[in-house]
Design a protein around this ligand. Structure first.
Ligand code: ADP
Ligand code: ADP
Length: 229
């Protein structure tokens, strides 16, 4: 389960400027499609539309053949996991931050998810910028550690669909590789949409879509796109 389809999707935030001008693509269940393109091309808009933060003006977005307009916001959120560029942590323990979205999860499952994401040791601490009731300062997490919290959250949530929106682009290249490896594990067997700036970071995607000015300029595997270039 988890097939995603965009069919001739048209969208603008305001009437006199079209952002998506008829975008069509399929992400078969369990496969990975990458969306690359310059800043402002409309990549993150695609992610917002899948969550139905906005309604589209033309076309259809389907999950497992069902129009997302007919899906409740609740089940949409349950179906899609999101790792954004910068994970914002709430004023509560890191364990709570991992549990967010699966409040019913057992402590044991939270701990396991944290260990898999390699953020295990300090999950009872608060994040940076917060102070506990006994005056203990929040723990300063690096960008990579914050992404590990988001990854642990996704492991626990285990959604059929995963949206990675520039999830590694704020990291230095060494950390980027580590987090990329963790994301590769999480995306195994899940329908995954990867939004990225550069073609070089999405080599293993089943299909790459190059978005330019709200339209699909090119599409294919990494190898095929490299042959054309
Ligand atoms: P990308 O992710 O490819 O950088 P976005 O999808 O974020 O691009 O944005 C596409 C275009 O839509 C940009 O020109 C951006 O300025 C515009 N845009 C994004 N969000 C809004 C908004 N809430 N209201 C109006 N315009 C927006
Ligand atoms: P959950 O954390 O359980 O996945 P949320 O209630 O946080 O669900 O909402 C769904 C997702 O939408 C979140 O993961 C959040 O990161 C993401 N999100 C929030 N704002 C935006 C945005 N402007 N564009 C794309 N995704 C967003």
């Amino acid at each position: 389960a988890g097939k995603v389809e965009f069919r001739d999707v048209h969208f603008s935030y305001d009437p006199n400027r079209k952002i998506l001008k008829g975008i069509s693509f399929d992400v078969p269940a369990g496969k990975t499609v990458a969306i690359v393109g310059p800043s402002g091309a409309g990549k993150s808009t695609i992610s917002r539309l899948l969550f139905r933060f906005y309604d589209i003006q033309g076309g259809k977005i389907l999950i497992d053949g069902e129009d997302i307009r007919d899906v409740t916001q609740e089940s949409l959120r349950a179906a899609i996991g999101m790792v954004p560029q910068d994970t914002v942590l709430f004023n509560d323990t890191i364990a709570y931050n991992i549990r967010y979205g699966r409040i019913d999860a057992s402590e044991e499952d939270v701990r396991k998810a944290a260990e898999l994401a390699q953020i295990g040791p300090f999950i009872e601490r608060l994040p940076d910028g917060y102070r506990s009731m006994v005056g203990e300062r929040g723990l300063k997490l690096s960008g990579g550690e914050k992404q590990r919290v988001a990854i642990a959250r996704t492991i626990l949530k285990a959604p059929p669909i995963l949206m990675l929106d520039e999830a590694t682009s704020a990291l230095d290249s060494h950390t980027e590789q580590e987090i990329q490896a963790a994301l590769d594990l999480v995306s195994q067997g899940r329908t995954t949409i990867v939004i990225a700036h550069r073609l070089s970071t999405v080599i293993s995607a089943d299909e790459i879509i190059v978005l330019q000015d709200g339209q699909i300029a090119e599409r294919g595997t990494h190898a095929a796109l490299m042959r054309k270039a």
